[in-house]
Design a protein around this ligand. Structure first.
Ligand code: KE4
Length: 429
C-alpha cells in the first residue's frame, strides 16, 4: 500500500505539531507505522491522501453513527452557513437542541452546551463541587473523561495507551482531590467513601466504559452506585460523551434504567462538529452562571454551525429510533462471526460488545475490569491492527479503544472485515 504522501505530511507535521498530531491517539504510537493523513470520508469509508480506501471503524471516535457526510447533516450545515458562522449571542438553534436533548434524555431537565467532552466533564465536576460544597471526586481506573487535570489520574484512552495514565503537570493538590476506584467493584467505592466521609462531591463514571476497550458496567454495580450517591449526597455523573445517543436514543442510562444527577454528552450531539454538553437536575444546573454562582463560559459554546449539525443528528435519531434495532442486529451478527472464528481457532479471546461498540482483547478469559484489560497483549494487537490496516480496514490504533459500527457499514463490508480478522488471528496464533 503506497502511503508516500502520508509519510511526507507526517514529516512536515512533526516539525511543528507535537508528535505530528493534534490528539495523541492519532499518532499510531502503540501500533507503529506512519499515521494515515485522511483526505475525505463518505459513508463507511475514508480515503487517505494517497487515495487508499479504508472501511472506517473509528468514525471520528464515535460521532459518526450514520457514517461520514450523511446528506441530512451536510444540508443542515450548508443552510446554517447562509446566515454566518458565529455571533456570541443566543440563537434559536440552541433552544431547539436543548429541548431535544431534554426530550430524549429525561434525566436532563436543564442543559448547557460547550465545545468538547472535556469541557463538559470539567464543568460538571465544578458544578457538583459548587452544589455540594465538597472537594473530592471519585473516578474509576481506566475510565477517560477528557484531559482536564482532575481526570488525568489513572485515565484510559490515549493516556492509558501511552502508559501515562497519571499525567505529569497535574499538581499534587489536584491529584489529592481525585480518588480512583475499581470499575465494577462497589466495595472499592464504599471504602473510599468510608475513608473520606463527607468530603466527596461527585462520582463520575462511563456507565459503559469505552476507553479501556469496551467494558459494560454491571447492572447491580451501577444500581448500587446510584443508591450510595443518594444516601451520601454525592452527585452521580454519567459520562455519556461516548455512549450518549450511541447505545440508545436515551443513552446507557435508558438501557440500565438508572437516573444520574448529571450527564455529560459529546460526539454524536455534534454530528461531527465540536459540541459537548452537560445537564441534569434543575436544582443543580440552576447554580450555573449567570443564574447562579458557579462560573462556566465559552466563546463558541452553542456555535450555530456546530449546533446545526448536532440538531440534524438528534432530529434524525428522534424520527428514526429503529436505527438502534438495526445497529443491534448488525453488530450482533458481526460479533457472532468473530466468535465463530475464535471457536474455530480454539482461542478464547475476550470479545466485549455493547450495542454498536465492541472490542477484541488480546487476552484469554473475561475482561470486566481495568486490571483484566491490562492483561491484553498489545504486541499481538499491533500485528492485528496493521494486518487489517494494510487490507483497507481502519481500526482504532490502540487496544484500549472501542470499535464503532455505523448505520452505513454494509453486510459485505462486515463479512470482508471478519475474513481479514480471521487472517490476522491466523498470523498471530
Ligand atoms: P473530547 O474532549 O475528546 O471531546 O471528549 C473527552 C471524552 C470524555 N468522556 C468520554 C467518555 C470520552 O470517550 C471522551 C473522548 N474519547 C476519546 C476516544 N476514546 C477521544 C479521542 C481522542 O482523545 O482523540
Amino acid at each position: 500500500m503506497d502511503i508516500e504522501e502520508s509519510i511526507k505530511l507526517y514529516q512536515r507535521a512533526l516539525e511543528l505539531i507535537p508528535g505530528g498530531v493534534n490528539s495523541p491517539v492519532r499518532a499510531f504510537k502503540s501500533v507503529g507505522g506512519n499515521p494515515r493523513f485522511i483526505r475525505k470520508g463518505l459513508g463507511s469509508k475514508i480515503y487517505d491522501v494517497d487515495l487508499n480506501e479504508y472501511i472506517d471503524f473509528i468514525g471520528s471516535w464515535g460521532p459518526h453513527i450514520f457514517g461520514h457526510k450523511p446528506d441530512f447533516i451536510i444540508q443542515a450545515i450548508k443552510e446554517a452557513l447562509q446566515n454566518g458562522t458565529s455571533f456570541g449571542a443566543p440563537t434559536e438553534a440552541e433552544v431547539k437542541i436543548a429541548e431535544l436533548i431534554c426530550e430524549l434524555v429525561p434525566s436532563i431537565k436543564m442543559v448547557r452546551l460547550v465545545n468538547s467532552g472535556t469541557e463538559a466533564t470539567m464543568s460538571a465536576i465544578r458544578l457538583a463541587r459548587g452544589f455540594t460544597k465538597k472537594d473530592k471526586i471519585i473516578k474509576f481506573e481506566g475510565c477517560y473523561h477528557g484531559h482536564s487535570d482532575s481526570f488525568l489520574i489513572k485515565a484510559g484512552s490515549g493516556a492509558l495507551t501511552f502508559g501515562i495514565p497519571t499525567s505529569p503537570g497535574v499538581t499534587a493538590g489536584t491529584a489529592a482531590d481525585t480518588l480512583t476506584a475499581k470499575f465494577n467493584d462497589i466495595q472499592s467505592v464504599k471504602e473510599l467513601i468510608q475513608n473520606n466521609k463527607g468530603q466527596i462531591a461527585a462520582i463520575i463514571i462511563e456507565p459503559v466504559a469505552g476507553n479501556m476497550g469496551v467494558i459494560a458496567g454491571k447492572p447491580d454495580f451501577l444500581k448500587s452506585l446510584r443508591e450510595i450517591c443518594s444516601e451520601e449526597s454525592i452527585v452521580l455523573i454519567f459520562d455519556e460523551v461516548m455512549t450518549g445517543f450511541r447505545l440508545a436514543k436515551g443513552g446507557a442510562q435508558e438501557i440500565y434504567g438508572i437516573e444520574p444527577d448529571l450527564t455529560t454528552l459529546g460526539k454524536i450531539i455534534g454530528g461531527g462538529m465540536p459540541v459537548g454538553a452537560f445537564g441534569g437536575k434543575r436544582e443543580i444546573m440552576s447554580l450555573l452562571a449567570p443564574s447562579g454562582p458557579v462560573y462556566q463560559a465559552g466563546t463558541l459554546s452553542g456555535n450555530p454551525i456546530a449546533v446545526s449539525a448536532g440538531l440534524a443528528s438528534l432530529e434524525y435519531i428522534k424520527n428514526n429510533p429503529r436505527i438502534y434495532n438495526e445497529l443491534e442486529i448488525k453488530s450482533k451478527n458481526f460479533e457472532l462471526k468473530i466468535r465463530e472464528i475464535l471457536n474455530k481457532l480454539g482461542k478464547n479471546l475476550a470479545l466485549n460488545r455493547v450495542g454498536s461498540m465492541l472490542c477484541l482483547f488480546f487476552c484469554e478469559n473475561e475482561v470486566n475490569s481495568f486490571d483484566d484489560a491490562l492483561k491484553s497483549d498489545t504486541q499481538k494487537f499491533s500485528i492485528f491492527f496493521n494486518h487489517l490496516l494494510n487490507n483497507g480496514i481502519y481500526l482504532p490504533p490502540s487496544q484500549f479503544e472501542a470499535i464503532f459500527i455505523s448505520t452505513s457499514h454494509s453486510e459485505d463490508e462486515l463479512i470482508y472485515t471478519a475474513e481479514k480478522i480471521e487472517e490476522a488471528l491466523k498470523l498471530i496464533y
